[in-house]
Design a protein around this ligand. Structure first.
Ligand code: GLC
Length: 744
């Protein structure tokens, strides 16, 4: 990526000539082409390039065709068919004055025609290679239909499952999100975002969107700078380092300043500190929404604030095109600010090769067998085993299965949110897969509910009868697709409708119950767990969720998923996450209830609840297997290391079980004393190992100064000397422990 952009000081002094001089020195061929084209553009054409529309309908209207000819739009999103896009591009390139190609964007979030698990489910695989391959598949399918640019990955950190968009995140942890987000970007963009089969990726939503107060989508976020820099920004910085082609600003106000007009975020950090020269696009009307935020007086003020803050392209709202010409003429917005935004737009188009190949392909894709295999692998590796009393894997003695619940056979729900181009008829549901295996006579199906919200118990009898007539019950519970994703925040996390009652009635049949939960977020389902012999969490698993679950249920593959986010016992515990501070009155795990002491003798006056244990139902990183992994013998290569040095931390993992399996071994540290209190644990590494029964493996991690660094009170990123705890663990609440010292 080119180093540069408009540093705020130069902008403030309107030292545009300084900027152009810098850019002239060492500019690449792309920069030369950008500048040459820019010099030929009228102000209207510049503002057109800064504008993105969703208004292209099939067939393309004469008005849109006219506007394309006039250079009114630089981009379209989520619009048209492959043929529409090809026609629109032909008009742009052949019939507009400068022939600047359009860039077509789309929300290709977790698959295009072939749907893989929602990102939260993919994160449960802890498998960067798999995630990269899944993104590459999505890019191949989308680019074949004329899509140049996807609005993914979503890199927002969240610790609040009430927020519906938790489904689109990679979980609660900055390190895991950074590693997996970078893998997704590599998958989408390949060797180059302009190469055939690749698309430009987009790091979103910048920044802090997942910290929405009360878990309510679009709500205010208040994040101290130290936490912003140590928790919410690292995945975005990792995206810059991974070469992400674009950023999208968020809807939320961050500390009172909307992210789509926030110079601190998009100029100071993104352009100056990180030296990013990709394109920044707003979110859907988020520029105009600054008026509703009470941050802009009117559309003109919103346009001025957004473009000054460094938002290069306005998504859907039209304040740039409608207002900026006059603002430039009035001297309220300097022309160099416009030019720098247009440069970022043109640079992306040149980098994507759009001027050479404006429409690489516009044919309808088909799902291939290889795509199905990859989707099945991704779905299988996303499944987390939360409980198993030994009923799984299902043995040969199981001849008759009761499959209960509407989510067992609901293609649309199984695919999850943000699915625009997939076809439900191409989805294989768990019921279909189980019938394939067991034969129609081996499976009795009872939906029992119309959908996950259904509160009626009128069809419970069919479910109980099916259970009684079977050897084992597979109970499918969870959330429909429409309860998950954008604008889908919930104040409660329990299973919707009468699902808990259904589980209770089915349990009375006295047969072993395996509960499979399909959902877009952590839910609370303690009573169901108590009534189940086993619980599998399958998220919204996508096109091949059925075959993936069948493989796991029948033991062809051990479940290997690990939770990328903590599961609360109750919604009242939120926010609940593993990397919390210790507080001055930490409560021992398991403590709850009325303190024994009193204000004079404060025994038991610790940070806990009267009515629920303070630990989560399931901690970050948790997941069981059919194998049985045992961790032992943590060793450090040296008791201490100094700046510039490193140590190796290792431990042994043995499979003491009778089945093979994959295990994501996790490395955590704790900085015991620092100038800013540090979390009780922080993930700093993980490795997936495969062990056969009886096999033992040593896993090793190298720790260096950069792994220990955090932002101190002066907002300097530092590693401070001191003593550290270290764990290699199966999850964030256990593992083998050691210690080391970091010295000057
Ligand atoms: C939506 C979402 C964003 C998406 C964009 C385009 O409102 O916030 O994630 O990419 O608009 O659909």
């Amino acid at each position: 990526m080119r180093k540069g952009g408009i540093p705020v000081p130069a902008l403030a002094a309107m030292g545009a000539s300084i900027v152009f001089a810098l850019q002239a020195f060492g500019q690449s061929d792309v920069e030369k082409r950008v500048d040459e084209l820019l010099a030929r553009m009228t102000l209207e054409e510049k503002l057109g390039q800064m504008s993105q529309s969703t208004a292209m309908r099939a067939p393309i209207s004469d008005e849109i065709k006219r506007e394309i000819r006039q250079g009114r739009w630089g981009s379209f999103l989520n619009a048209g068919s492959p043929a529409d896009r090809a026609e629109a591009q032909r008009i742009a390139v052949k019939e507009s004055r400068l022939g600047i190609p359009l860039i077509f964007g789309r929300d290709v979030i977790h698959g295009y025609r072939t749907i893989v698990p929602i990102p939260l489910g993919q994160a449960a695989s802890w498998n960067p290679d798999l995630i990269e391959r899944a993104a590459a598949l999505a890019a191949r399918e989308a680019s074949a239909e004329g899509i140049h640019w996807t609005f993914a990955p979503m890199l927002d950190i969240t610790r609040d499952p009430r927020w519906g968009r938790v489904a689109e995140t990679l979980g609660e942890d900055p390190y895991l999100t950074s590693v997996l987000g970078a893998a997704m970007i590599r998958g989408f963009q390949g060797a180059s975002p302009g190469a055939p089969g690749s698309v430009a990726a987009c790091a979103k939503h910048y920044a802090g969107y997942g910290a929405a107060e009360a878990g309510r989508d679009y709500n205010s976020t208040f994040i101290p700078e130290g936490q912003l820099r140590d928790v919410y920004l690292p995945p975005f910085h990792a995206a810059v380092e991974a070469g992400v082609a674009s950023f999208m600003t968020a809807f939320n106000a961050l500390n009172g300043v909307p992210a789509s007009g926030n110079e601190f975020l998009t100029r100071r950090i993104l352009r100056v500190e990180w030296k990013y020269d990709g394109l920044v696009v707003s979110d859907y009307e988020s520029v105009l929404e600054m008026v509703k935020h009470g941050y802009a007086a009117d559309p003109a003020d919103a346009a001025a604030k957004a473009v000054r803050a460094g938002v290069d392209m306005e998504m859907v709202s039209a304040t740039y095109f409608d207002e900026l010409k006059r603002l430039v003429e009035q001297g309220r917005v300097p022309l160099p600010v416009i030019d720098d935004a247009v440069r970022n737009v043109l640079r992306l188009k040149f980098r994507l090769g759009l001027f050479e190949a404006p429409m690489r392909s516009a044919t309808e894709t088909e799902i291939t067998a290889a795509a199905r295999d990859l989707a099945r692998e991704a779905a299988a590796e996303s499944v987390v085993l939360l409980k198993n009393d030994g009923v799984l894997p299902l043995g040969g003695g199981v001849r008759r299965i009761a499959v209960i619940g509407p989510l067992a056979d609901s293609p649309v729900d199984q695919m999850g949110s943000w699915v625009m181009d997939a076809r439900p008829e191409e989805v294989e549901t768990p019921l279909a897969s189980l019938r394939k295996r067991m034969g129609a006579d081996g499976v009795r199906y009872a939906a029992a509910l119309r959908n996950s919200r259904d509160a009626s118990r009128e069809n419970f009898g069919d479910a109980v009868a099916a259970a009684r007539a079977s050897d084992v019950v597979l109970l499918f519970l969870g959330e429909e697709q429409i309860l998950s994703g954008e604008a889908r925040s919930r104040a409660f996390l329990n299973l919707p409708g009468a699902q808990e009652n259904l589980a209770e009635e089915v349990a009375k049949a006295g047969k072993p119950v395996v509960t499979v939960i399909l959902a877009g977020r952590p839910l609370t389902f303690q009573s169901v767990t108590e009534e189940s012999s086993a619980v599998l969490y399958a998220w919204h698993p996508g096109t091949m969720g059925g075959p993936a679950l069948a493989e796991i249920l029948f033991g062809e593959r051990s479940p290997s998923g690990k939770l990328p986010i903590a599961f609360p016992r109750t919604v009242g515990q939120i926010p609940i996450y593993y990397a919390h501070l210790n507080t001055g009155r930490p409560a021992p795990p398991g403590e709850l209830g009325i303190p024994m002491g009193n204000p004079v003798d404060p025994q038991g006056y610790t940070s806990k609840y009267l009515d629920v244990e303070l630990t989560p139902e399931y901690p970050f990183g948790f997941g069981l297997s059919y194998a049985r992994f045992e961790y032992s013998n943590l060793r450090v290569s040296s008791p201490a290391f100094a700046r510039g040095g490193s140590i190796v931390v290792s431990a042994e993992i043995a499979n003491a079980g009778s089945r093979e399996g994959f295990e994501a071994a996790q490395l955590y540290i704790r900085d015991r004393v620092a100038s800013v209190a540090r979390p009780v644990r922080e993930l700093k590494g993980f490795q997936r190992v495969h062990l056969k029964p009886g096999e033992k493996r040593t896993v090793s991690f190298t720790l260096s100064e950069r792994d220990l660094a955090f932002h101190n009170q002066a907002m300097q990123r530092v590693a401070e000397p001191g003593d550290f705890d270290v764990w290699i663990a199966p999850d964030s609440a256990s593992g083998v422990h050691g210690e080391f010292t970091f010295t000057e």
